[in-house]
Design a protein around this ligand. Structure first.
Ligand SMILES: [Zn+2]
Length: 478
């Protein structure tokens, strides 16, 4: 059975580089702070308070819209999205709306994605600015918690919401998109995806034209693949039993790794959008856009092309490396210190990524530094360690942050290229294996056996070429 899966995403990204919230001067970095201490009458929506638009947030929002190849309206305004829920102190969220005279900050954009060797175009329906709700903390799980704690420090933090068309056909594609989006936002310098909760996502999923299910509260792009895979499985099982999938909103429980039903279509909210009377409409002039365009930094697509032209990398390598800003930066730092871009790229793309994947770490979370990778490559070049041993110590470098020299020393892994010492060991090997020595005079296989014995004695550290040379010489002199 291969029912067609259709997925669309709504991604909320905090503009974490902003110092203050979207409509007031409270600090926007709430992480690790005492709950409900970064609040003021405006973000709490107390009577008499007035919001003022953070100009930097508008500028960042426009940068995002431009980077996602969106069209930009000449004029937009904010709306009140009304709903009653404890995460909103004022019972409405100030957001943007694409009807009733409103316009999103950007619309009809696209992002290119590399999927299975081909390029895929993902259409961006809209990009808009809105305020983040407060943080609700459920003791236990959302459907069993006896009470809820609320922290308004996050309330009013600037979010950019990116809505795609339903263009994804698999959880993998959705994840790849989030990764690309994150890379774009990080290149813009407006966002740090490493912060917990900085990127959150809702997904719409339907199978073969069936009812659309919305999954909310997917906290990271690592989770998006899990949540979507679970939901597709759930819907396929229902279809197999000939049970109709109902249109509903479900909640992703990252702890239990399942989705649970929150509300069905009958319970959907009517948000009663109306223009926010306390904020003036926003005029977006050509001049303003030109200034922002002129300041846009190099973005992942351009960087990918540059990696091909400047470093001579294959397109695929360049694509993988630039899909993560931290990885691309790591690569460029290592190449600046070492040269040989293809060698650096090979190590990153194979052993380093495999190792990170195994530890479930991203490169910036790991203790591996470009300096240590370069040191390791130089140890190989100098013949101090073999490539095989390098692959081995890499794991230690990633997890412990120790320098390769230190690991090699501690574990006594240096390659033995001391000819005199090796000759002594070869003498021992010959004494211990008289039959093999006899055979070796006429049989190549027996020579390999003797080399193997020498390797065993040195725990793989004998220089293989030298070992071969010594053994052959000794045989020839017999
Ligand atoms: Zn405030």
């Amino acid at each position: 059975m291969s029912e067609k899966v259709v997925i669309g995403l709504e991604v909320h990204c905090q503009l974490t580089s902003l110092k203050t919230k979207l409509f007031c001067s409270c600090p926007s970095n709430y992480r690790g702070r005492e709950p409900n201490t970064l609040v003021c009458p405006t973000c709490l929506g107390l009577p008499g308070s007035l919001p003022v638009l953070n100009q930097k947030a508008l500028e960042y929002g426009l940068m995002v819209a431009l980077a996602l190849n969106c069209k930009i309206p000449k004029r937009t305004m904010f709306f009140r999205k009304n709903y009653f829920y404890p995460d909103m102190a004022k019972n409405f969220q100030i957001s943007m709306f694409d009807r009733a005279g409103g316009a999103p900050l950007g619309y009809d954009g696209y992002v290119t994605l590399a999927v299975g060797g081909t390029q895929k175009l993902v259409r961006i329906r809209r990009v808009h600015l809105e305020e983040d709700p407060g943080r609700l903390v459920y003791p236990g799980t959302i459907d069993t918690a006896p009470y809820t704690l609320v922290d308004y420090n996050r309330h009013g933090v600037a979010l950019v919401e990116v809505v795609t068309e339903p263009d994804f056909e698999s959880p993998k594609e959705a994840r790849a998109f989030l990764q690309k989006l994150r890379s774009i936002l990080e290149h813009l310098g407006v966002f740090d995806g490493g912060l917990e909760g900085a990127m959150r996502c809702d997904a719409n999923i339907s199978i073969a034209g069936g009812a659309r299910v919305e999954v909310k509260n997917i906290g990271s792009f690592k989770d998006v693949e899990r949540a979507l895979t679970f939901e597709i499985m759930r819907q396929k099982q229902l279809l197999a039993k000939k049970v109709a999938v109902v249109r509903e909103t479900r909640h992703w429980d990252g702890e239990r790794r399942i989705t649970v039903s929150l509300r069905t279509k009958e319970e959907e909210y009517d948000y009663r959008y109306f223009p926010e009377p306390d904020l003036v409409p926003v005029e977006i002039t050509e001049e303003m856009l030109d200034q922002i365009k002129a300041r846009l930094p190099e973005l992942p697509d351009a960087r990918q092309k540059r990696f091909v032209s400047q470093y001579g990398l294959p397109g695929y390598d360049a694509m993988v490396l630039t899909s993560d800003k931290a990885l691309a930066d790591f690569f460029e730092k290592a190449v600046a210190a070492y040269g040989k871009p293809k060698v650096v790229s090979n190590w990153l793309m194979s052993d380093v990524l495999r190792c990170l994947n195994e530890y479930n770490l991203e490169i910036w979370e790991s203790k591996l530094t470009p300096e240590h990778l370069v040191e390791m490559l130089k140890l190989i070049d100098e013949g101090v360690i073999s490539g095989k041993i390098a692959k081995n110590i890499l794991w230690d470098m990633v997890s412990s942050g120790k320098s390769p020299k230190q690991i090699v020393e501690e574990r006594g892994l240096t390659r033995i290229a001391d000819e005199e010492y090796l000759r002594k060991l070869v003498d021992e090997v010959f004494k211990e294996n008289p039959k093999a020595v006899e055979d070796a005079l006429s049989d190549e296989k027996a020579i390999h056996f003797l080399v193997g014995q020498l390797m065993k004695k040195t725990r793989g550290r004998a220089d293989p070429q030298l070992a071969n040379k010594i053994i052959r010489e000794k045989l020839a002199s017999k």
